[in-house]
Design a protein around this ligand. Structure first.
Ligand code: 4AD
Ligand code: MG
Length: 497
């Protein structure tokens, strides 16, 4: 009988089979320890030369070979997962060729080129499990609140979020585009069903290589008839709390593998701070903030110096030689330290410019990633910023009746410098005003007549938002770069595998 590794606790003292792949092995005298993974967990399998003929096979097993291991399940607190297998037999299914990804350090490019194999590493599997949880929780959140799922088209005739990031597709000799959002279609469904959401891939030809941008990413977008900005703020807050709670409930072990500070996630409770854009600008320009940022910079400079001398010591130690496993361990440490140093060095070098641009930030500019990072570091939970200048936001956003320079929108900025995870707004619900705005933006209204129709036949106040799944995964998992949040990332400069 074969048992999944996560279910081993239910088979204590039974003789069972575990089917999986060899993650690693270690031999020590008359004992061999195999680490076998099956996608549900990792199981330590103990092979004794004295009690099992299988011991003779161990030498032949290569990393990532597929196998069935038979044995008796034993409780052992020291084993990963709390149980181990006392092996009675090993059946090799396929002996793997020398595996390209070893325990030694690999560069990002190498790993990205081997993404199809890299997914097998415990870290990557943990991320994918968190992603799965968030998808499930997102659906459950809207389903339980009476929203209807609407699938919006991926091939569309025009832009919704600015023409600059459109991918064009040849559609039977006509130029069409990959959808940047499902929103416009979703608005029409909201007029039919009241509360709706879509959840699918969206596309942006972002011509910049940043740690926050993908060319293909998944977005979950609710849209609600009769909703106003305040309703959207409340909903976004409850939604984010639900996502974080789901990960904390279902992915404790994965978050541990990722070395995520779960305390930071536990602090993500409603209410979130809400500021207007104008208040955010005031904060950015304030002397208090400036002083604080300068102090942080000095502290980071000192940290960088300390790491550099640590690196020097490690290099000296390695030059002195040692056992193979020891050298490999130091090499991994050195690589990690080197990456951290490089990252912080770039950060420290760029920071004075960011600090200066915060201090001189002019009302009317869009908040960029740097300003978002500075603002988000002021809070221990996501911060919601509302009422941005009309001119930096999309044509469909409704201007604030109390101040026509700004729109009734919100961006939700994740803590710890992860940037914007939600963008949303109340929509312009007046046909004339929308048409005027489109013309002012230089848009051709013809392909949007159907969208204007929604304002001609029983128009109501309405709105919604979009949450970027990958940015949310990056934040909740504590990842430095968005490329690890999706199985096969599509970014500028990467299309393989
Ligand atoms: O702020 P955005 O552009 O909003 C919209 O698309 C609206 N139509 C949504 C709506 O109101 N229904 O994008 C929403 C979110 C961002 O906050 C971010 O999390 C994510 O989508 N996002 C990206 N994620 C990864 N890579 C990119 N290039 C992204 N662009 C946006
Ligand atoms: Mg946005």
């Amino acid at each position: 009988m074969s048992v999944e590794i996560k279910e081993l606790g239910q088979a204590v003292d039974q003789v069972i089979d575990v089917r999986g792949w060899l993650h690693g092995k270690r031999e020590s005298g008359k004992l061999a320890f195999l680490l076998v993974r099956d996608g549900t967990g990792i199981c330590q399998c103990v092979v004794s030369a004295e009690t099992s003929a299988a011991f003779a096979q161990v030498g032949d097993l290569t990393q990532e070979s597929s196998l069935t291991v038979s044995g008796r399940v034993r409780r052992d607190e020291r084993a990963p997962g709390g149980f181990e297998l006392v092996v009675t037999g090993i059946q090799l299914i396929h002996r793997a060729e020398p595996y390209p990804i070893s325990r030694k350090a690999h560069g990002t490019d190498f790993l990205m080129n081997h993404r199809h194999l890299w997914l097998r590493s415990p870290r990557q599997a943990a991320i994918l499990r968190v992603r799965h949880t968030l998808i499930q929780a997102a659906r459950a959140f809207f389903d339980q609140r009476g929203f209807t799922l609407i699938d919006t088209p991926l091939l569309v005739p025009g832009a919704a979020e600015g023409a600059g990031t459109l991918f064009s597709v040849d559609y039977f000799d006509q130029e069409v585009f990959l959808a940047q959002t499902g929103q416009l279609y979703l608005e029409s469904a909201a007029m039919a069903l009241g509360k709706v959401y879509c959840f699918g891939p969206t596309f942006r030809a972002e011509k910049s290589k940043t740690r926050r941008h993908l060319a293909e990413f998944w977005m979950i977008e609710p849209e609600i008839a009769f909703a106003e900005l305040a309703d959207l703020v409340t909903l976004a807050e409850a939604f984010i709390v639900a996502l974080v709670q789901a990960a904390l409930t279902h992915n404790r072990v994965d978050l541990q593998v990722l070395e995520r500070d779960v305390g930071a996630l536990e602090r993500v409770q409603a209410p979130f701070p809400v500021l207007t854009y104008s208040e955010a600008v005031e904060r950015l320009r304030s002397d208090d903030l400036h002083l604080q940022l300068m102090q942080e910079l000095a502290a980071d400079q000192a940290r960088l110096d300390a790491w550099r001398s640590e690196e020097q010591q490690l290099t000296d130690r390695m030059a002195g030689g040692g056992k193979k496993w020891q050298l490999e361990k130091w090499e991994r440490e050195a690589q990690q330290l080197h990456d951290r140093i490089r990252e912080l060095a770039v950060d420290v070098q760029n920071r004075p410019l960011h600090i200066e641009s915060a201090r001189t930030f002019a009302w009317g500019q869009d908040l960029g990633g740097d300003e978002e990072t500075i603002l988000s570091r002021q809070f221990d939970r996501p911060v919601i910023i509302t009422r941005y200048p009309r001119d930096v936001k999309a044509f469909y956003m409704k201007p604030d009746p109390a101040d026509g320079r700004v729109v009734l929108n919100m961006d939700v900025i994740a803590p710890e410098g992860y940037g914007e995870i939600i963008g949303g707004s109340q929509r312009e619900d007046d046909a004339e005003a929308l048409l005027t705005r489109m013309q002012a933006e230089g848009m051709n209204p013809d392909p949007y007549q159907w969208y204007l129709d929604l304002r001609r036949y029983g128009s109501v106040p309405h709105g919604g938002f979009g949450l970027g799944l990958e940015r949310t995964v990056a934040w909740i998992c504590g990842l430095k770069h968005i490329r690890e949040t999706i199985p096969f990332p599509r970014m500028m400069g990467r299309m393989a595998p």
